[in-house]
Design a protein around this ligand. Structure first.
Ligand code: AP5
Ligand code: MG
Length: 216
C-alpha cells in the first residue's frame, strides 16, 4: 500500500488483509510498538523520530519489517517501502525468497483531504483502530468501539508534524511510485469516497492485476 500520510493505507490494509487471510504488516505500527515496549533502547531511541514525523533509518525500518515478513507467505505491506533504497531492498529480499511483489496499490488523495483526515484522527492506544472526530466518530467519545480502551491523538498527528510528514513524503516517497510504475506494478486507486467504495476499488485493481498471495 503506497500513499501519502492519511490516504487510508492502514484503513484499507487491515480490510484487505482480513479478506485474503494474510497479515497486515505496517511499518509505522511495528515501529510504534518497539518504542512502546522499550525492549531495545537503541532501537527505541532511533524510532522516536516517528513522533517528530521524520523517517527512521532504512536499516531499522527494514529490520523490523523483514523480521515480520520472514514468517508470512503472503502479506499486505503498509508504510514500507518509503524511499527508493527501501524499494530496492524489498525487491532483493523477495527475490531471495522467490516470491516477487505483484502489485503496489497507490491510494491517491489530494492534500486538502489528507489534512482534514489526519488533523481529526483518533487512534486506539491498545488495538490501533482509527476513528475520526467528525468523519467517523466512536460511539462513546474517547473510547474505542473495538476494545474499550482510550483513544489518543498520535504524536505525529499534531499540525506542525503533519506538514513535516507531507513534505518528506513528497521528497522521498513519491519517487517510489515511478519505481513501480516503470515495470507496470503500480495500480492507482482513487482514495476519496466512503471506505467501502475505496475497498471495492482496491479489490478490483487486485483482481485486474491477477494478484495471488504467497503463490496461492
Ligand atoms: P505510518 O504509521 O506508516 O504513517 P503514515 O505513512 O504517515 O500514514 P498514516 O498511518 O498516518 O495514514 P494512513 O495512510 O494509514 O491512513 P489511515 O488509514 O490511518 O508511519 C509513521 C512514522 O513511522 C513515519 O512518519 C516514520 O517516522 C516511521 N516509519 C514508518 N515506516 C517507515 C519506513 N519504511 N522507513 C522509515 N520510517 C518509517 O486514515 C487516516 C484517517 O482518515 C483516519 O482517521 C481514518 O479513519 C480516515 N479515513 C480513512 N479512509 C477514509 C475515507 N475513505 N474517507 C474519509 N476518511 C477516511
Ligand atoms: Mg497508517
Amino acid at each position: 500500500m503506497l500513499g501519502p500520510p492519511g490516504s487510508g493505507k492502514g484503513t484499507q490494509g487491515v480490510r484487505l488483509a482480513e479478506r485474503f487471510g494474510v497479515p497486515h504488516v505496517a511499518s509505522g505500527d511495528l515501529l510504534r510498538r518497539v518504542v512502546a515496549s522499550g525492549e531495545d533502547s537503541e532501537l527505541a531511541r532511533a524510532a522516536r523520530a516517528i513522533d517528530e514525523g521524520r523517517f527512521v533509518s532504512d536499516e531499522i525500518a527494514s529490520g523490523v519489517v523483514f523480521r515480520e515478513l520472514d514468517t508470512a507467505a503472503g502479506f499486505i505491506l503498509d508504510g514500507y517501502p518509503r524511499n527508493l533504497r527501501q524499494a530496492e531492498l524489498l525487491d532483493a529480499y523477495l527475490h531471495r525468497r522467490e516470491s516477487p511483489l505483484f502489485c503496489a496499490l497507490y491510494l491517491s488523495v489530494a492534500e486538502e483531504g489528507l489534512l482534514k483526515r489526519l488533523a481529526g484522527r483518533l487512534t486506539c492506544e491498545n488495538c490501533g483502530e482509527t476513528f475520526h472526530i467528525t468523519l467517523e466518530p466512536p460511539k462513546v467519545a474517547g473510547i474505542c468501539d473495538n476494545c474499550g480502551a482510550t483513544l489518543i491523538v498520535r504524536e505525529d498527528d499534531h499540525p506542525d508534524r503533519i506538514w513535516v510528514r507531507l513534505q518528506i513524503y513528497a521528497e522521498r516517497t513519491r519517487p517510489v511510485l515511478d519505481y513501480y510504475r516503470n515495470d507496470n506494478r503500480l495500480r492507482r486507486v482513487d482514495g476519496v469516497g466512503t471506505q467501502d467504495a475505496v475497498f471495492e476499488r482496491c479489490l478490483q485493481e487486485l483482481t485486474d492485476a491477477n494478484v495471488t498471495f504467497g503463490g496461492v
